[in-house]
Write a protein that binds this ligand. Sequence first.
Ligand code: FE
Length: 475
Amino acid sequence: MPELLIEGGTVVTQNADREVIRDGAVAIEGDRIIAVGTTADLNDRYDPDRRLDASGTAVIPGLVNPHTHVSDILLRGSCGTDRGLYDWLFNVKQPGIARMTAEEHELAAALYCAEALSAGVTTFVENDAEMLLGETDAMTAKFDAYEAAGLRSIYARGIRDLPVDDDFQGLVDRVAGRDPSVEHPDQERYVEPLEDWLEELARLHDDYHGSADGRHEIWVAPVVIEGMTDEGLREAYRFAAARDVMTTIHTAEAPGQAEGWLSPVEHLRNVGSLGEHALLAHCVHIDERDVRLLGETDTRVAHNIASNMALGNGFAPVGAMRSHGVTVGLGTDNAILSDTVNPLADLRLAAMAHKGHHTDPGVLPAEAALDMVTIEAARSMRKGEELGSLEAGKRADVVVLDLDLPHLTPVPDAVNAVVYQTLGSEVETVLCDGEVVVEGGVPTGVTEAYPDLHARATAAAERIVEASGIAEGER
Ligand code: FE
């Protein structure tokens, strides 16, 4: 018998038949959905312990974010805008992160969770690119915040094993020359021998994968192809396949990264790093041959429309990827770039921007767009059997969106409304694993665990920006 019946809402199931059920209901027992149907039908079948009146709402699957970074949320608004990738990375992000304490990483994680949950996110993949080898205190402090928040956190531990050469150091120096007042971290601090990374990864996975009642996972993130040896890329994929997790890599994000004899996708193919255990972030500067390789190898992609636009990196060939059967989820990437970690806001942007860029209004229809933050996003991280749709047997990750608002009136088609009309601020209730984690728009667990979160995060942000010299950087 269900413990909870969410009833009376428009249920957007995202199942294979794309059913949308008016006056629909979702029955939940423990951490699972046990039935989805009309309110009348489920009331005939069940006498639940509790009921949640969802009239005037859309009931959608918990949103899934396949690519994001967490700690730099505290650098939001700190001269980080209107810069290209390397300018932003070397002059803002890396200097800021290098000055953060473990407690500040934890505050960043709490703030991230509060915002993400309030926007309906129940699962995210964190690509932690700047965490140094052995910074266990900072990593586990973040894990504490994720557990308190109650959502699903996938921590992809960043690794980098290619020694810094003169060409790369020259690039860093020229970019850093723009902001001499900033304290630029030495690039060598991020590079460690592969065996040391693999040893730490194994320990992290042994100790934390499956923690937080199974909601927390450990993956591996070779940060960027240009920072990795061939052996490092190969071993990262092997680690992911052996432990049944995924590897996630920034790939062909900016134009310069696609230069050379081999495309980045071919390079990954040749070292054995494409396949169902690989989730590539971006894939903006790839051609038709690369897209075909991604499709043939069942490699997954996290598209990041807002960050690609903010950094002036261009538009990923999402239409071509769909045509070749590539599984594509939509990520929010860095909060510091798009200034949000709000998938519904980015979803609207993606659905509109691709039509304009590709001069094709059918390149990303509303249903396909919604898939990119629900079922396709779940598949992009090999979780399509568990997450991403409202169906009996799946995890009870559910979002209730208020539709009784001026900008959501009228709603003849709930899918269109969710994609084109929502702002991401309509979230009333969120369940993760059957537990209520947002109630009345408030992320309850993280709010209780971190009182005065906004004031503390603001104070921490000011300290970090001051200590790193970012505050004096040029705009
Ligand atoms: Fe990223």
